[in-house]
Design a binder for this molecule. Structure first.
Ligand code: PMV
Length: 317
């Protein structure tokens, strides 16, 4: 009567930044991500038929996880009714890394619940379900790279493993700020979609996705990094040019972008990608990691860093 699932978080190299259908969480673009090894969520679910309401414990504390409860309600609608659940989650996302955990959280939750109620679903079906909790969670079932096909309805919008070598790519996560004001990704996307550049971003993203797939298949991390940086910076440009402009960047985020771009002039392989927050993830290779890490810690001695290698797919104990 208990199931435990572990899912790792992922960082998009080609971003999801806009919804074509907010109810079903259908994106305006397909996206492609790398799953990370050190950052994951472990969730245990047990059926409690005599208990009145579902409960949710996060990192050892009972919390009112409205977003989790709403998602469980949605699963009951999609899969048919099931007994009351106790849900216990632990986020193994080092606090120093400042990464969002909704991707790993909703993937682990979907895996644990569906197994606990006796379903053995394929990963495409799991991906579709998790997408409804958090778009990026659709990509967290797969080891290495994952591609989320935008699709045009619930059935056609899901992620799958993207086969490409993972032996060389590494990310250096640089934590910029805990205090930074954050705007939810849902709200951020709504505003970004008001930018006059939005349609152009959608069109460009489709070309970048094709080029990214080719670069990764050829293990050309420099090319992949170049595309990822362009895609991410253009995503943030949408925020800066929305009808109500906003930014996730701080001065340190901007300083890091500039510094990484300068490091490239010295021959280091380093490209930035940034999500809905001020933290910077630097795409590099194992070969360049030590030199890059040294430069970053010398130049930004107060910022915490964390090395993230490619991670595996969902696991059940
Ligand atoms: O999964 P959400 O709804 O939190 O959106 C994630 C959005 C980004 O992290 C900024 C990009 C991405 O593709 O993961």
């Amino acid at each position: 009567m208990t199931t435990t699932a572990t899912a790792h978080t992922n960082i998009a190299l080609i971003k999801y930044w806009g919804k074509a259908d907010a109810i079903h969480n259908l994106p305006t673009t397909s996206s492609l991500s790398l799953t990370l090894d050190d950052f994951y969520t472990t969730t245990t679910v047990s059926r409690q038929p005599h208990q009145e309401t579902d409960s949710f414990t996060l990192n050892g504390e009972i919390v009112n996880g409205q977003r989790v409860f709403d998602f469980v309600t949605l699963l009951r609608e999609e899969l048919g009714d099931f007994p009351t659940l106790n849900i216990t989650s632990t986020n193994h996302v080092p606090t120093s890394a400042g990464l969002a955990s909704s991707a790993s959280a909703f993937a682990a939750l979907t895996g644990a619940i569906t197994r606990e109620i006796g379903l053995d679903l394929d990963t495409a079906t799991l991906s579709r379900l998790a997408r409804r909790g958090s778009g990026s969670a659709s990509r967290s079932f797969f080891g290495g790279f994952a591609i989320w096909h935008a699709g045009n309805d619930h059935q056609t919008s899901f992620a799958e493993h993207f086969p490409a070598p993972v032996a060389d790519i590494v990310m250096l996560v640089v934590k910029v700020s805990e205090q930074a004001k954050s705007m939810s990704s849902t709200r951020g996307m709504q505003l970004a979609q008001t930018s006059p550049h939005y349609q152009n971003w959608v069109t460009t993203s489709a070309h970048q996705l094709v080029d990214m797939q080719s670069a990764l298949q050829h293990n050309d991390i420099a090319k992949a990094g170049e595309i990822a940086e362009k895609n991410a910076l253009a995503m943030h440009e949408l925020n800066h040019t929305a009808t109500t402009p906003f930014t996730y960047f701080t001065d340190e985020t901007r300083a890091l972008i500039t510094f990484v771009q300068q490091l490239r002039q010295t021959g280091l392989l380093a490209f930035v990608t940034i999500d809905a927050g001020p933290n910077v993830k630097i795409i590099t290779t194992r070969q360049h990691l030590t030199a890059l890490h040294e430069k970053i810690t010398q130049h930004f001695p107060t910022l915490a860093t964390q090395i993230a290698y490619p991670g595996g797919g969902i696991q059940y104990d």
